[in-house]
Design a protein around this ligand. Structure first.
Ligand SMILES: [Zn+2]
Ligand SMILES: [Zn+2]
Length: 240
């Protein structure tokens, strides 16, 4: 096991670059620009409340510190820059995402909706018609737990596969995690080709916000809700 700080730096740079390029390309599409404007308008009204702004600020601060500590201490032990065949990259990326999604499903269903942290999680559930900013309207303890579950999946898959993972591959896994988590809370009303999948993804998590104890506890895929019988069908959403 070696401390590869260069690989960790490449991870952070790739993540920032892919996020910026992805955002730029996505918002060249007029339909997505329209949805962004709708979300921004609703977000502005929510952020005008001091209490709302304070929660988002605390969430961001905890997220930043948790990420930075992980990037400096654990990540350099888990990644390197050795090239991998594409299939291996795919297996590592899907492995990290599926392990996290299982951890998150169990934690969300039994801890956040269980007795232990129900009140903590209730803060996030104040949003009945989620928009973009509600992904960040989360109690700092919940933010910390969620991030630890995701970041912890990286050393776990490193240990299981017997060695460091590729820094680019892990940046793609992390980008997928952050973007899907954000997309889940975005208001989208585009139920036609080619946006049907995006529309469906957002409406699945919106159903959890409408009727919070029924189902849709996972955050990246519908696999575990389907497997454990908690998959709830999307609901039609009023405009925010
Ligand atoms: Zn949510
Ligand atoms: Zn919930």
């Amino acid at each position: 096991m070696s401390y590869d700080w260069k690989a960790a730096l490449v991870f952070v740079g790739t993540l920032a670059l892919l996020s910026a390029v992805g955002r730029f390309l996505a918002f060249q599409v007029p339909a997505l620009q329209r949805m962004r404007a709708l979300n921004r308008e609703a977000d502005r009204a929510k952020l005008s409340r001091d209490r709302f702004r304070a929660v988002v600020k605390d969430n961001n601060r905890v997220g930043l510190i948790t990420n930075l500590v992980f990037y400096v201490t654990i990540l350099p032990l888990c990644v390197n820059l050795e090239p991998r065949p594409l299939w291996r990259q795919g297996v590592d990326i899907v492995g990290v995402l599926l392990v996290f999604d299982l951890f998150y499903y169990l934690t969300h269903r039994f801890v956040f909706h269980g007795r232990l942290l129900r009140k903590v999680h209730a803060l996030h559930h104040q949003a009945r018609t989620p928009t973009y900013i509600d992904a960040l309207y989360v109690h700092p303890l919940e933010t910390f737990i969620g991030l630890v579950l995701f970041l912890g999946s990286i050393p776990l898959i490193t240990a299981v596969t017997g060695g460091p993972l590729n820094a680019f591959g892990m940046a793609v896994a992390t980008l997928t995690f952050t973007q899907l988590n954000q997309l889940n809370h975005t208001y989208v009303n585009l139920p036609y080709f080619p946006f049907k999948t995006v529309d469906y993804i957002t409406s699945i998590h919106a159903a959890h916000h409408v009727d919070m104890n029924q189902g849709n506890f996972a955050t990246l895929t519908m696999l575990y809700d389907w497997l454990f019988g908690t998959l709830e069908q999307p609901v039609s959403r009023p405009a925010p």
